[in-house]
Design a protein around this ligand. Structure first.
Ligand code: PHE
Length: 340
């Protein structure tokens, strides 16, 4: 151990700065201050107090050095005190050299993406977008659509009632009626929206789901227009080799009614091509004359066609998702895969 006062001061300076740097909190810093700069016990103060016992020629230089060290340590104490008070200061362990965090980038839900793609194709074919209320009346949901309330279809859909004759719409078809009442033909609309049924929640059913209604009403509209438009849609959505077929079906509000299936061609990574199975994409048909007259239009003059399709089903197929529920559980790790 040296007794040379300059070396003693150099050691004290280094020790004090190290103690300040590692002090965890304000109490720790106060202990360091007392140990080095305290009036009676402080080790740097002691050097200053001992100046008198040094040879007179050494006093000024040692005194100056002691004061410099005292200044450095005081400044370091102040700086560290301030740093500990800053919530994100160096004291909290922030590494200022770390690259910044990327801002979180949201994306559209896969079902919303499917709705947009489908709607955009019809928009390019000259359709407008329409909407209607999710809470609607028995009249719009059933009766106006040629479906008497005791009809099995009204029952089949197992409707969620709100009050008396007001219900959560069980399909987007009420938008057909509301549009025909409001806008004069020619009508070409696409109406995506939520619909509600008292379904059990399983891999292929949810009590609330998206539907996309399509409706065309004009003079001289035939089944040929219907088939041509749906064929064009399917080729634009799934590719030029896509085929469609119509299977006879029944809906009270269309006559004739059909279920429409598509068969796609898949190209494998090795270039070989394979047809998929027929896949049902919608219920559809020529609008029943009763529906046209319920809307106040002349069924002798106007004809039309309509469809209702399920975009969630279409999104499941597109992305190879086998459980519908994954779309609604809001697990960000799942949904993130569809951000583009
Ligand atoms: N509304 C029918 C359903 O939900 C689908 C449909 C719409 C059928 C339009 C024909 C015409 O099942």
């Amino acid at each position: 151990m040296t007794t040379n006062p300059r070396e003693v001061l150099a050691t004290l300076e280094a020790e004090a700065l190290a103690a300040i740097a590692t002090a965890a909190d304000a109490d720790g810093l106060e202990a360091v201050r007392i140990a080095f700069l305290g009036r009676s016990e402080g080790r740097i103060s002691a050097v200053l107090r001992g100046l008198g016992s040094l040879p007179p020629e050494e006093r000024p230089a040692v005194g100056q050095e002691a004061n410099r060290v005292k200044g450095v340590v005081t400044a370091a104490l102040e700086e560290r005190t301030a740093a500990l008070e800053r919530p994100d200061g160096p004291a909290s362990g922030t590494d200022l050299t770390l690259p910044g965090r990327r801002p979180w980038r949201g994306g559209l839900h896969p079902v919303t993406q499917a709705v947009d793609e489908i709607w955009h194709i019809f928009r390019d074919l000259g359709f407008a977008r329409a909407r209607g209320p999710e809470a609607d009346t028995e009249w719009y949901n059933f009766e106006a659509l040629n479906t008497p309330l005791d009809h099995p279809a009204a029952d089949e859909q197992d409707t969620l009632y709100l009050v008396d004759s007001v219900l959560l719409r069980s399909h987007t078809s009420p938008v057909q009626m509301r549009t025909m009442e409001t806008y004069p033909p020619p009508i070409r609309i696409i109406a995506p929206g939520w619909v509600y049924r008292r379904d059990t929640y399983d891999a292929t059913h949810t009590p609330a789901f998206m539907q996309i209604e399509g409706l065309v009403i004009d003079e001289g509209v035939t089944f040929v227009d219907f088939k041509a438009t749906l064929g064009e849609f399917a080729r634009r959505y799934w590719g030029p080799d896509t085929q469609i077929r119509f299977r006879p079906s029944f809906f009270p509000f269309t006559e004739p009614s059909a279920e429409v299936d598509v068969k796609r061609v898949i190209t494998r990574p090795d270039g070989t091509r394979e047809d998929t199975d027929w896949l049902e994409i919608m219920g559809a048909g020529m609008v029943d004359p009763n529906v046209i007259s319920n809307a106040g239009l002349d069924p002798e003059r106007y004809t039309g066609w309509a469809f209702g399709m399920g975009p969630a089903r279409i999104a499941m197929l597109k992305h190879g998702v086998d459980d519908l529920r994954t779309f609604f559980e809001n697990d960000v790790r799942f949904l993130e895969q569809f951000v583009r």
